[in-house]
Design a protein. Structure first.
Length: 141
């Protein structure tokens, strides 16, 4: 899975990009690349500034914070979406548990795609709001 169409399909399944048209997904996919990690490689380290977003294509990654395991993620899962919008410190460490391939979209490439299509920014904001509602849970009563 290395073609632009494959990258486009993977990005289309990410909630952040759920409101994007095929044309906008194509624009993002043109700026994305496939990267490979060997088992044991670190995709991102907790506390370090982030600038990359990954969608897992094949393999498995572990997500940890401190000494606590938060999740094991496989194909279709994604990590690092906040880094596209803010280069602040990573909130977790992500490590390849076995050989892993992922779609990589860096913040620089992400903003290049947004600059090419200002309507993309509105849709991404809607996607981010949806994601925040998802992780925040229902309002307290």
């Amino acid at each position: 899975m290395s073609g632009k169409r494959d990258r486009q399909q993977l990005l289309g399944h990410v909630p952040l990009f759920s409101a994007c048209s095929d044309k906008e997904l194509d624009r993002l996919a043109r700026h994305a690349e496939i990267v490979e990690f060997a088992a044991g490689d670190t995709l991102m380290a907790e506390g370090q500034p982030g600038q990359e977003f990954f969608v897992i294509v094949d393999g498995e990654v572990g997500v940890t914070s401190g000494d606590k395991t938060l999740a094991k993620l496989g194909p279709g899962a994604y990590v690092g979406e906040l880094a596209l919008l803010d280069p602040g410190p990573r909130t977790a460490t992500v490590t390849a548990l076995r050989d892993t391939a992922a779609v990589l979209l860096g913040s620089r490439e992400f903003y290049a795609a947004v600059d090419e299509s200002p309507s993309l920014a509105r849709k991404l904001l809607a996607g981010m709001a949806h994601r925040l509602r998802e992780v925040s849970g229902p309002p307290a009563t």
